[in-house]
Design a protein. Structure first.
Length: 202
């Protein structure tokens, strides 16, 4: 099974929940980027400090990374990851999850958030940028995923169950991708693509 896994998707797409589940299934360490990008209370760390910590993180031999950070660091993760998982539900689902997270956050801080993070300010920001992400960032993710499918083990889904089932099968079934940092053979890549098309058509 791959050792370097990057979850991508718009905010509140469900990628953090899936990343936590996958970390429990595989035993791979999970690194939410919010914990290195923001201090307790929600204030951002200096950008150079974030980039330094991010570069150190990419040197680890095993990781599951959840979050965006910035464009530069996101594309560095795309290049470094063995496996890309694009969580891509409809926009109304993401908007509903923003609301649900806010309500639940009145009683308990969302898992993976720095202590003292401002729920109301974060929720307003999420509502403001959600559609912009869907219009501008998500299409870039989709194009990149198509390109990377030729050389990485890749999965696109909007359902948690599909991710869990994918990683619950015996590891021998993933021999076509393995941990080869140069990517699978052309034949293996061809074998990977039909299941992706069936799971997320169009």
């Amino acid at each position: 099974m791959a050792e370097l896994i990057y979850y991508c998707g718009t905010m509140d797409s469900g990628k953090s929940t899936l990343a936590r589940r996958l970390s429990k299934i595989t035993g791979l360490p999970l690194y939410p980027l919010d914990l290195i990008q923001f201090r307790p209370g929600g204030e951002p760390v200096p950008h150079e400090e974030y980039l330094r910590q991010h570069a150190e993180l990419l040197q680890c031999e095993e990781w599951i990374i959840d979050g965006f950070g910035d464009v530069k660091s996101a594309w560095e993760r795309f290049a470094a990851a063995d496996t890309l998982i694009h969580v891509d539900p409809p926009l109304p689902v993401c908007a509903w999850r923003v609301t649900k997270r806010f309500v639940k956050g009145l009683f308990a801080l969302p898992e993976g958030w720095p202590e003292g993070s401002p729920m109301w300010r974060s929720t307003r920001q999420s509502y403001r940028v959600l559609r912009l992400c869907d219009e501008h960032l998500t299409p870039k993710y989709r194009r990149l995923i198509v390109e990377e499918a030729k050389r990485k083990q890749e999965q696109r889904t909007a359902q948690a169950k599909a991710i869990e089932e994918m990683f619950a099968v015996p590891s021998a079934q993933f021999a076509m991708a393995g941990n080869d940092r140069n990517g699978p053979t052309p034949q293996a890549a061809a074998n990977m693509q039909p299941p992706v098309a069936q799971m997320f058509p169009g």
